[in-house]
Design a protein around this ligand. Sequence first.
Ligand code: C2E
Ligand code: MG
Ligand code: MG
Length: 731
Amino acid sequence: MRAIDPAGAEKTIESRLSALQANMDGLFAQVPFASHSMAPDGTFLSISEVELNWLGCTREELIGKKRFTDFLTEASRRAFAQATRTGAQGIDNLELELMDRSGALRAVSANVSRLSPTPAGLRLVLFDMSMQKRIRERDRIAAIAFESSAGICITDPRGRILQVNQGFRELTGYAADEVKGRDLSFLAVAGKDPLAERAAAVLSKGGHWRGEIVGRYKDGTAASLWMEMTAIADHGEAPIHLVVMFFDITSNMASRAELVRLALYDTLTDLPNRRFLQEQLHHVLSIDARTGAHGALLFIDLDNFKSINDTCGHDVGDQLLVETARRLAHAVRESDTVARLGGDEFVVLLEALPAGEAVAAAEARVVAEKVLMALALPYQLINQEFRCTASIGIKMFTGAESMPDLLQHADLAMYQAKKGGRNSLRFFDPSMQTALLFHVAMERDIDFAVKCNELQIFFQPQVVRTGAIVGAEVLLRWHHAERGFVPPADFIPLAEETDLILTIGYWVLEAACLQLKAWQDDPCAAHLTLSVNASARQFLQTDFVERVTQIVQRHQIDPAMLKLEITESVLLNLGDARAKMASLRALGVGFSIDDFGTGYSSLSRLTELPLDQLKIDQAFVHKIAADAPDLNIIQAIVGLAHSLGLEVIAEGVETEEQKTFLEEHGCAIFQGFLFSPAVTIDAFNGLLRGGARALPGQRKSPSMLGLDHGPLHEEVVGVRGFEPPASTSRT
Ligand code: C2E
Ligand code: MG
Ligand code: MG
């Protein structure tokens, strides 16, 4: 019997074991899953080729150096530690996530067994689960999508419903059992959409269809549905399913309609807005251009909307506009368009008026009169009665006109209606356009004149009974490069419509003060006062007092020599006029009320104001000897002025007779062609020094004096009965 060598036996066993291990490793290297064994400290003892590939490492980098857990995500590391801690002999299907050296993840399922003898390492066999995981994920997404709020149903190859989702049930109100086996036709409003045929077509050809349909729910409600059908084929074979998905877009349609409404209709009155009107007008013009039919555009503007809106608040204003819109819509035919342009401006577009221009215009007039009457009726708002008339401008058209012109012409006619007294209508006529163009050109020219020193001041003497010059009125003259002499009456009212009058007004004031300053040291002229016309617009400026004060102080003149002429219109809107006059009066500046008798200022107003002088309007003066009642007016005016302690001056005195009459009735100062027209400063200084005296009683006509058109001259003209001046400056 052979004796056993224990050491040799152990060696043999060990070598067999390692051969077995090597065999096993070799075996595992062949199989399509990964495997490795690891020492009790977690380091790799052996590893299969597959796993080396998965990890992107070489065997040398791993064996005895790296641990398996180094390649696990944090969550997997925890799961692995927990699973192996229990000491169980084997763990199946432990789901882990491997992370290769580049950080890419791979889902694996691990079967863990223990190597013996203990304390022994572990052997892991890893199966790649990426594909399964992806499939599971896709199924999960599909399931979520299927249960989305969209309605989804799946049909068989014949288009019969197999399955519906929750969204379908909620939207349509049908339970799954009620629709299973049916074709899609019940989903559409009968006769509105061939849904079943559509489904059949998609199924037979494969592919896709999408579009809007009018659907019907179980309770009978119709709805706009956006539907998409997709055929699902099995491995490229004939379609086996149809997936139908739909959304309820009824509210989108409603909001789309709302957007259209907002874009084309006025939100307050629900009337068509400017854009709608323009589109409609464009359409009508193109028809009329072909047919020669007549149309009319009525431009309507409320007369006193602004004051109602300002005084009673915007709510009342809004109610008034809504009521206006209602009345307008009621006053015209249904085929006519009533639009609101904005604010209190409305337009009525009358189409297809009777043939013949005159007849069409007569018809338009009838409608416009009806509108005027409807709008003039009292408005009952917030338990109060309001009255708000309208002005209408009418532009007739036949399709040959441009749209902007039409609106502009109708607007212009409306403006004329307003100017000519409210609650009335005007037809556009081309002369309005000419006047407008002139107006625009003139405005531009005035601006130019101010900037290019084309303005000049002239001086018209003011004399006392004896003929002595006691002052002058400053009157503006404009040397227009092409038009020649432009009288102030032609441009001052225009300038008054814009802020140009302010520029002009202060320019004149500066020039007048400059002159007063020049006279201040001249013994012949130091006693002269200068009257400067102040426009109402200028006077109403909040900084009027400040500006005048600054100018007076800058030129260091005696304010008592300056007189501002204001018209009665200023006093009509008294506002802070009294305070302004008082401030300037305190400075020493005087006030004269110009053109007196032509306005409507009340006597009580006159007594309240710090006036110095009252200027009888030339209209009364010219009637002297012709009209007895007006003579009484002159007497009354003079009497009134004296009772208020005011100085009286008469303007426009042209004859001896007028002067004598005025003198006899207590008027002390005169201004007019009888003495001199307005002349240049040089001519005026000549007058002052008694040059070229006029013969007593000889009246100088404007033409003799060079006042008529033609270049302005600087000729020295005589002042009748010139005598040494008497001071009229205030004390
Ligand atoms: P107004 O202030 O009433 O000026 C008197 C107008 O009567 C002046 O006309 C003057 O030339 C004219 N006139 C003077 N004597 C006679 C006469 O005997 N017979 C006749 N028929 N007319 C006479 P003008 O210079 O054409 O000025 C017209 C108006 O223009 C002025 O009326 C005044 O309202 C305005 N104006 C003139 N200059 C200015 C100015 O600097 N600023 C402002 N705001 N308005 C001015
Ligand atoms: Mg005046
Ligand atoms: Mg006047």
